[in-house]
Design a protein around this ligand. Structure first.
Ligand SMILES: [Fe+2]
Ligand SMILES: [Fe+2]
Length: 350
């Protein structure tokens, strides 16, 4: 979309200065020297960024432009970031219009700061425009009212994280409702948070980690639901090698590390999520991949996630699944105190 800057100032000189400093960041620059003209322009065009001088001449005030936007919530420019140019801004003014402006530039301007601020605001605006992440819809194994209330609140917060939106925006996920990845994500959120709550690990912080991990654990396989379906021990995966291309085999083997490394580089995602994702295919009898970790090296949070993940595969493969049948099988597969606790919580959910 064309990036258009609107400068509202009654001084041609200032318009030229502002244009000289940040004009290069836009495709086109327009200006208004009066409140009326600015209002006409705002009715007719869509701008990407607005620089507004607060003290216009003849007693007219730039605040009128802000008031115009507040009073016309349907105006096309209501999402447009407004930066205020001013010598002095009163506390009263800030209180009144704070939500309307994206930044303040005090005269005389520091050129570099003004440019940097503009870049930051434009970047933030772009990421806020990322489409929402696709909804995880599927039949859920656990329908507990408390769980639903608590987890949907956490999910709502997680889904607002612009970093997560950005990651999803870059993933080529088929957005239709019965997409494998998204049903797997939905079921995994439900199963991991249900187990965590049963274990009384029910702080929002902890639940949030499982929601993030569920969304992101198979991100490296977003375009390959066929590979995301693979549930295997390290040895089984080795045996599958013959039937796979070397590239696919490598991708399956490394997908947890690829995702974890990306997550570790994003401070907006809670600590531990990277570890949960890194370990999601490990199995406590040293037969998971990629690192064949022993149960002592698998963290308690990862243990919950690994069981929840295994359970969701089991559910998808066995339409007549029951928790009881699953726990019997799982007891042979997992070992160590963390896994024992997880399985005992799960068996109580019968
Ligand atoms: Fe995976
Ligand atoms: Fe998975």
């Amino acid at each position: 979309m064309e990036k258009v800057l609107l400068i509202i100032d009654d001084s041609k000189e200032i318009i030229d200065v502002v244009k000289g400093i940040i004009g290069g960041l836009f495709d086109r620059v327009e200006f208004s020297e009066s409140v009326e003209d600015a209002q006409n322009k705002l009715e007719a065009n869509v701008f990407s960024y607005m620089v507004l001088d607060i003290n216009l001449k003849e007693g007219r005030n730039g605040a009128e432009v802000l008031r115009f936007l507040v009073e016309n919530p349907e105006n096309k420019n209501n999402e447009c970031p407004v930066v205020i140019l001013s010598g002095i801004i009163t506390a009263q003014f800030i209180e009144k219009f704070n939500s309307k402006f994206a930044g303040i530039v005090t005269k005389p301007f520091d050129h570099d700061e003004f440019v940097q601020m503009t870049k930051d605001i434009l970047d933030a605006k772009e990421s806020a425009n990322y489409k929402d992440i696709p909804t995880a819809t599927c039949e859920l194994p656990f329908t507990l009212p408390v769980l639903e209330a608590k987890v949907s609140k956490v999910m709502e917060q997680v889904r607002k994280n612009t970093k997560l939106k950005e990651l999803f925006h870059n993933l080529n996920i088929d957005r239709n409702a019965d997409n494998y990845i998204m049903s797997h994500v939905g079921m995994l959120i439900n199963a991991s948070t249900a187990i965590a709550m049963k274990m009384e690990w029910n702080t929002e912080k902890t639940l949030e980690k499982f929601v993030y991990a569920a969304y992101l654990h198979d991100m490296a396989l977003a375009e390959r639901p066929d590979l995301a379906r693979i549930k295997a021990t390290a040895i089984e995966l080795e045996l599958m090698q013959e039937k796979m291309t070397p590239a696919d085999h490598k991708l399956v083997l490394e997908h947890a590390l690829i995702a974890a490394n990306t997550i570790d580089g994003i401070p907006e995602i809670p600590a531990d999520v990277g570890m949960i994702v890194r370990q999601h295919h490990e199995l406590p009898k040293e037969n998971g991949f990629p690192n064949r970790l022993s149960y002592v090296k698998i963290t308690p949070l990862s243990s919950v996630f690994i069981v929840a993940h295994d359970l969701t595969h089991y559910i998808l493969e066995n339409p007549k699944w029951t928790v009881k049948d699953y726990v019997v099988k799982a007891k042979n597969k997992f070992k160590g105190p963390h896994f024992a606790k997880v399985l005992s919580a799960l068996s109580e959910m019968n």
